[in-house]
Design a protein around this ligand. Sequence first.
Ligand code: FE2
Ligand code: FE2
Length: 330
Amino acid sequence: MSLVAECKVFRFDATFELEQQPIGVVSDVTLDRRDAASAMRSAFAELKSADIPVISLLRNMSETSLRDAKNLGATCCLSALTPPAMVARTVMSQVIQDRAERPNRTIERGVARATEVLTRLFDSARTNDHVSMTHVDASLDPIISAVREGGLTRWLDRVWTHDDATYQHCLLVAGVAAKFSLHLGFAEDDRSHFVRAALLHDLGKAKIPLAILNKPGRLDDAETAIMRTHPVIGYEKLKPSGCDAATLDAVRHHHEMLDGSGYPDGLSGNAVSDTVRLLTICDIYSALTEKRVYKPAMPTAVAMAILSDMTGRLEGGLVQSFGEAMAHNV
Ligand SMILES: [Fe+2]
Ligand SMILES: [Fe+2]
C-alpha cells in the first residue's frame, strides 16, 4: 500500500477551502436529506466545472438515487458499504482514466463551442440578421484551454476533419492564434482579444458564393475581386454588434501587408496594427497548412519558409517567434 494522493475530509455543509485543485472527490452523504442534497448540489456544481471525477457513495442503490446522484454531478456511484480499499482503487482508476481522456475532452469541448458560435454568426450574417456577440466571449476560454491542455496538434487534427471549409479555416486560425499568444506570454485579456479576432476574421465569407469559396485551384480575376470583398463585409456586419474597435480593425485589415500591397485599404507600416501583424501570420500559415480533398497539408517547415520569404510584407521578428511557437507544437 502506498500513498497516492493527499486526502482532505470536509463536512457536507462546510465551505470547501482548497489550496489546490482536487484530482477527484468522494462524497459520503445521505442525499435523501434535503439540506445535504442542496449542499452537495452547490458543491458538485463547482466540482463539475472543475471537470474532475466525483464518486458518490449511496445508502441505497435504487434507480432514483442513482439518477439523483448523477443529476447532482456524480461521475460514478458506489454503495456506501463498499470496502474503503475498493473505494480508493475506484478513485484512482477514475482519476487515471480522467487524465488520459482529458486532453481529447478539452479539444472536443473547445471545437464544439467555437463551431456553435461560428454557425450562429455566419447564419446571421448570411440572412442579414443582427449579428450578436453574446456567445462569442464564452467560446474563447474553451478554445484557449483546449490548445493549452490538449495541444495544438490535437486541435489541428480534430479541426481538419470539419466538413465546412470556412469554419475549418476559422477554427484553425483561432487555434493557431491561441498557441501563438500563449507562446508570447500574452496577458489573459490580450489573449482573449486576439483569439476573438482570429475566430471572427473571415465572417465576411458568409456572403461569398460557395462556388468561389470552395473552388479547387486558383480563382480568376473576377472571382478574386469578389473574394476580396470579404474583409469589408465582415467589418460592416460586426460594426453594429457592439464589437470592440480593435477586433473590427483586425477583421477589416487582416489582408493588409506592411509594404502596402494588401487590401482593402492598402495600409502600410505603422498604420498596420499589432493585432493585424500577428493575425496575418496565423491566417497565412493556417491557409497554407490546410488539408483539402484536392490538396494535402503542406509541411510546417515549407509553410514557415514561405512566411520567412515574405520579408517586408510581414514583420520578420514576429514570423521568427511564430516559427518557435509552432516548433514547440505538442
Ligand atoms: Fe480573409
Ligand atoms: Fe482567413
